[in-house]
Design a binder for this molecule. Structure first.
Ligand code: FES
Ligand SMILES: [Fe+2]
Length: 398
């Protein structure tokens, strides 16, 4: 984000703090609880949002060098993501074209070629079938016809996007709108992968997304943790196509009030939270004292997935990345900070959200209500409804 936009956002937050106001969606709306519990709805969203919509599968740092690979099963089919010999990001169905065995079993690593564990057919990390054992016994194989099934893959702004359906393409610039330049400015591509944790949750996946969509709960649910450092119920919120950016207001913003604007630092004054439709939260983390303004210390990527067969279960893949361009002396404690942040998600947000799911199935209420101070929830669920061909959320006040 350029300095002028950073200053605009920080001024807006200070203004809202001074007046005791928040961003205003213009009224409250309701969302039927079936949105979270209906099996038909779950099947539709799986098909339209997770099988035929481009997916963020990681950051560039997940594939740090030629030969790096990761595998994935979150989308209900085995995927293999590689960085080929030329450094190009590629994606395939992780399925041997001989008789369908999952080709690569490891979660991540470095290999330039893969041998199938069943009969040993060999594939390059560009997806080409390169060897067939005992081909004189097997019979001649027209190798180019047996290359791995390729998926459209694009690496941009430091993120790895894949279309989960063979033969389908996507226009990332159109999907992101002006958010592309904003994402680009942080330099997510220079972060190194640290760790991946999986949180299994007894709730619909959209409740996990909802917990990231407002700060109304901060002074209550997070009063002893995040609420100590972040002002609740005040935020800067902007929509970019199906996506959005929320800036949570750190109490440290007050330190900038008396400083010249050229010294203002959004990463010290706020916690930016980027939401990428349908299931991604990307959170850059603030700079280390003594390091240059605007430098991320790392980032947390949260990918939220439904259990495709059960609307009452979901899981989150939470990945941590660190900025290894920061000299080692300054890096002490970055991992602990990132882990601490994710523990709040797991132990506070997701625990509360799981009880919301129990509430949704209890018969106690027909709707969940999203206040005028929770615009991200309005936008997310309205986008979701539009993709599913449903009506917008119903308004209950003006
Ligand atoms: S199934 Fe892969 S080599 Fe036979
Ligand atoms: Fe929260």
């Amino acid at each position: 984000m350029d300095q002028a936009e950073q200053i605009r956002c920080m001024k807006l937050l200070m203004h809202r703090l001074d007046l005791g106001i928040n961003v205003d969606a213009g009224g409250a709306v309701v969302n039927p609880v079936e949105a979270y519990t209906c099996a038909k709805r779950a099947a539709d969203e799986w098909r339209l949002m997770f099988q035929s919509y481009p997916q963020v599968m990681g950051l560039s740092g997940d594939l740090p060098e030629p030969g790096s690979f990761i595998t994935s099963t979150e989308l209900g089919k085995p995927l293999l993501l590689t960085r080929d010999r030329d450094g190009l990001f590629q994606a395939f169905l992780n399925v041997c074209t001989h008789r369908g065995t999952v080709l690569v079993q490891e979660e991540r690593g470095k290999k330039f070629s893969f041998n199938c564990p069943f009969h040993g057919w060999g594939f390059s990390n560009s997806g080409d079938l390169v060897s067939v054992p005992k081909e004189n016994h097997f019979g001649p194989v027209e190798k180019p016809c047996y290359n791995l099934v390729k998926l459209t893959a694009q690496e941009k702004h430091g993120l790895l996007w894949v279309h989960p359906e063979p033969g389908q393409t996507f226009d990332l610039d159109a999907l992101l709108g002006d958010l592309g330049d904003d994402l680009d400015s942080w330099g997510f591509g220079k972060l190194s992968f640290g760790a991946l944790e999986t949180y299994q949750t007894p709730m619909n996946w959209k409740l996990a997304i909802d917990t990231f969509g407002e700060t109304y709960h901060f002074p209550v649910l997070h009063k002893d943790t995040l609420g100590q450092d972040v002002y609740g119920n005040v935020q800067c919120y902007d929509i970019f196509e199906n996506n959005h950016r929320m800036l949570l207001c750190s109490k440290a913003i007050d330190l900038f009030r008396d400083l010249p604007e050229q010294e203002w630092d959004l990463l010290a004054a706020t916690i930016p939270v980027y939401y990428l439709f349908p299931n991604i939260q990307l959170i850059p983390s603030g700079r280390i004292p003594g390091r240059p303004k605007g430098e991320m210390s790392g980032a947390t990527l949260v990918r939220v997935y439904p259990n495709k067969d059960n609307p009452h279960e979901s899981f989150s893949q939470v990945s941590f990345y660190t900025n290894t361009e920061i000299p080692q002396d300054f890096r002490e404690g970055i991992s602990d900070r990132l882990a601490g942040f994710s523990e709040i998600i797991r132990d506070e947000d997701y625990k509360a959200a799981a009880t919301c799911h129990a509430g949704a199935t209890s018969g106690a209420l027909q709707h969940f209500t999203f206040g005028r101070n929770e615009p991200a929830l309005h936008h997310y669920h309205n986008t979701y409804n539009r993709v599913l061909g449903l009506d917008p959320l119903q308004s209950i006040s003006n």
